[in-house]
Design a protein around this ligand. Structure first.
Ligand SMILES: [Zn+2]
Ligand SMILES: [Zn+2]
Length: 164
């Protein structure tokens, strides 16, 4: 088991996703913000830890008691389209949301799925030509490293200690 975890520790994946929709950003000013949408955005900002939809739902409920999970989920989609939030997705893990829409890198725990910002230079994608990117016009980049968070590492070490 320990072997598998150690291998994962050094694995990193690069996922390219459009981090902002520039057209959507321009349109944002003309859209009327609903009470629910504001509650969802406020919750994502207050949690400030790359929360999941579920975590945002519980936080948004503090502002709008009657809000449903479906409404939260739908508004998360709108906020991502508007460029107010970005999603961090990786295989086998639910989506996490980030109110910091600037180009920056993340690290995700392979055990508990927690996502944090990584103090690592953001990847510069501005110079990538369509000819180098299979004809795609690159408009964003999201690099997600994987590893083991401090909490999971300590838990693992305690487990190994108890096994001895
Ligand atoms: Zn963890
Ligand atoms: Zn982030």
């Amino acid at each position: 088991m320990k072997q598998v975890v150690d291998e994962k520790k050094f694995k990193f994946i690069i996922v390219m996703i459009p981090i902002m929709n520039y057209e959507g950003r321009k349109m944002k000013k003309t859209r009327r913000g609903s009470k629910q949408k504001n509650a969802v955005l406020n919750a994502a900002k207050e949690l400030a830890s790359h929360p999941t939809a579920q975590e945002i739902f519980f936080k948004a409920k503090e502002e709008v008691m009657s809000i449903s999970f479906g409404t939260v989920y739908r508004n998360l989609g709108v906020l991502v389209d508007d460029g107010d939030l970005i999603t961090i997705t990786s295989p086998g893990s639910e989506a996490h949301y980030d109110h910091n829409v600037k180009n920056h890198c993340h690290i995700q725990c392979s055990i508990c799925g927690k996502v944090r910002d990584l103090d690592f230079p953001a990847v510069d994608f501005q110079g990538i030509l369509p000819s180098d990117a299979s004809g795609f016009t690159v408009d964003g980049v999201c690099v997600t490293f994987t590893g083991m968070c401090r909490y999971c590492k300590e838990t693992k070490e305690k487990e190994n200690f108890n096994e001895c």
